[in-house]
Design a protein. Sequence first.
Length: 49
Amino acid sequence: MTNDPRDSVPNVSGDPAARTAVYEPPRFEVLALDCEITAYAPDGDDPLF
C-alpha cells in the first residue's frame, strides 16, 4: 500500500480504471467584493465564526 490519499477512497463502481482518475480542482470562481468586509463584522471582541 502506498501513501497516496486516493488509496483510502472506496472503489464504488468496481471498475479498476476508476482508481486512476485524474485529480481536478474544484470548479468555482472567485468574485471580487465591492464592499468593506469590516462593515459586516460584529462589534466588540466577538469572532465572526
